[in-house]
Design a protein around this ligand. Sequence first.
Ligand SMILES: [Zn+2]
Ligand SMILES: [Zn+2]
Length: 379
Amino acid sequence: MQSKYSLKNIDLVNFFFLVLTPLAAVIGTYYWIKIDGFHYSQILLGLGFYLLTGLSITAGYHRLFAHKAYDAHPVVKFILLIFGAASFENSALKWCSDHRLHHLKVDTDEDPYNVNEGFFYAHMGWVFLKKNGTVHERFAKDFRQDKLVSWQHKYYLIIALVIGMALPTFIGGYFLGSYLGGLAIGVFARIVMTHHCTFFINSLCHFMGSTPYTDTNTAKDSWFMALLTFGEGYHNFHHFFQTDYRNGISWFHFDPTKWFIKSLSFTGLAFKLKLTPQEKILAARMQMKVKELKTKFELPEKVLVEVEKLRGQVLEAMAKMHELKDEYKYNKDKMCALAMQEVKIKIDSAKDEFEHCMEQWEYLVKNYSLIQAEVSIRN
Ligand SMILES: [Zn+2]
Ligand SMILES: [Zn+2]
């Protein structure tokens, strides 16, 4: 059988670019230090461009353009598009059409970076193949109407060369004293870092971690991967709730992309941030827990009924609590003091009910054997 990486299948431009950039980074760094001498300012330049281009991929290409998880001022869109191009990961239009197909056909032959083809393929092998070089038009219709995205697609290469290569080299030489340093660190080393850290989202994030929300695909949640991918490591959550502007939903989850978007929203430059309702998140988590219990303990029918009943009670209590909170939030201006007090009391009791059900649920999950004993005694 012929290898998928045979010469006739390879896109030579992509192949040489991905192979030669790490080489250029190593050789360039050697000559920079040898000729001009090491200076930490070049490292800061590289890190600055790494942050700008990496966030332009995650907050821009990914969450803003591909998923429309929020909206942004045209100036923000423009900046994310030019620094997105500077990451040398193709135009936003092409990138997003691949990514939307990935979500729709994840883990199948139609998935452009199907992880079942192997780690290397999902990481970068797919970029080597000519067959993956075309735009999937059915996922790019909205972008064809978008003037900024179409402009970036048309002039992608020139923007990439100017912002991604000429600009860091110029800053490195004119302001920091070494054109060679700017080229080695600000361009080549930074491109390699941005490439592989964002490539990890398609490879390692489908390999390593847990599945708290769904096991219908290979996407995983991993705090460690979040550190390497600007917060995209909570990929199991993302595949299930793809329009949420967050990937790490807890305040302690490392998700700089979420923090960046949230910060922009305080200035009004980002808006319409989409959040998944908490009930849906909790329902998915509980569904997965039930699955886990079933496979771990081979639950008898009557216990299953208990589990499902309790799950229903938790979700019902949460929905009731949110309903009352919304009632208070939207009507408080029209309410008299007494009515306000009444709703507040109702909210408190709904909260108590929810917490009580949740405690029972946690108890069940953690101490299944005790629950099983209780059920059998009761019957
Ligand atoms: Zn994925
Ligand atoms: Zn996505």
